[in-house]
Structure formats: C-alpha cells, structure tokens
Ligand binder design. Sequence first.
Ligand code: PRP
Ligand code: URA
Length: 213
Amino acid sequence: MNLEKYPTLTIIQHPLIQTKLTILRDVNTDNYMFRTLLNQIASLMVYEVFRNTDTVEVEVSTPLETTTGYKLSKEITLVPILRAGLGMVSGIHQLIPRARIGHIGLYRAKNTLEPVEYYTKFPPNLSETKVILIDPMLATGGSASAALTFIKQRNVKDISFVCLVAAPEGVERIIADHPEVPIFTAALDRELNDHAYILPGLGDAGDRIYGTE
Ligand code: PRP
Ligand code: URA
C-alpha cells in the first residue's frame, strides 16, 4: 500500500503489538483476554505516540548532586470515545499517570452510520494541554472526526488520535477534515464492508470489550 498519501499516519509495527493484535482479531478470544491485550497494546503504543512530545528542562537533585532533567512541557488529557475507547485508557494511563481524562460519548446510528453524541465532559483548561483522542476502531472516520471537532471547538491546538485498527476510508476522512492531527494505529486494514465494519478487522470492539453481543 502506498502510504505516502497518508503523511500524518504512523503504523506502529512492533512485534509485541502485532502478535497481541493477532490474538485480538481471533474470533475465539474471550472478553477478558480481549480487554487485557487491548490495554497492553495501548501501553506499548504510548512510547511511539509521545516520541515527538516537547519537554522542558528541570533541575533535579540526586542524592549526590544537582543535574538537569526533563518533564513534559504540557499536561496531558486522555479523551476516550465511549464506549470502546475506554478499553485503551488504563493501558495509557499506567504510563502517563498524571494525565486527566475527558470523555466523549458517541455511537454510530445503525441506519445512517452517522455519529450521534450523547455525552461530553472535559477537564478545565483543556486548551492548555496536549489531548490524546482514543478509539480502537477508525472505520468511516465519522466518530473520530466529530470528536476532533468537539475538541477543537475548545480551542485545543495540540491533538493526536490513537486507534488500534484503521480502515483507509477512515484515515482519508481524518486527513481531509483534520490534516494537522497525527494518527497512530497498530494496523491499517484493507477496507470497509457494506455495514462499515473493518475488514479483516476484529469485529465490534465495544461488544468484544464488554461482552454485549
Ligand atoms: C465504534 C468504534 C468507533 C466507531 C468507529 O463505536 O468504537 O467509535 O464505531 O466507526 P466510524 O469510524 O465509522 O465512526 P460504536 O458506534 O460501535 O459505539 P460503541 O463503542 O458504544 O460500541
Ligand atoms: N466499529 C467497530 O467496533 N468495528 C468495526 O469494524 C467498525 C466500527
């Protein structure tokens, strides 16, 4: 696949991520294992997602002397898209424990496939933080694009989007609507089916996390 047309997309192809993702794709993987591996992959992705994050120098006193160290230049806000985004939050939060968490509740209407908002709650001073939008599935891109619009309406300038499996259609939608937003995924799959499910994909992420199907 020609990835040059997706300049903001990073596919994180670490062997640990790819082998765990293979188990997630397996229809025989149960809800408990699905949740566990999804959070583990989210943790492993953090390293790459934060690779270009700005830091500022700080003075630190070791037991022996004072030296220069670093801290992230901005606070971090994690924003999962409900429901399935919640399945990656604790894996990321383990590595960024001081991050605050906002929530965006969206579901795809069964007939139109358009995102329907039912809940939004952000921490204060969102615009001063680096926001990481989280949703395992980027299918048509309607949900993530709407969520990015909500976040930008709060005047946030520094946003990244983290997913697990992306379809080309979704990546193209985000690049068209939000060309400045870096997209991180563990896999770029082939296409969408007639019901806008990702192929080969892993099925309905929310149902597989919460056992609702
Ligand atoms: C899934 C998924 C994304 C969305 C992706 O959520 O978690 O939010 O679909 O599809 P899109 O790119 O075509 O918008 P769903 O609507 O099934 O809600 P859920 O997480 O509550 O199950
Ligand atoms: N949402 C999912 O959970 N899975 C898909 O394949 C597409 C959208």
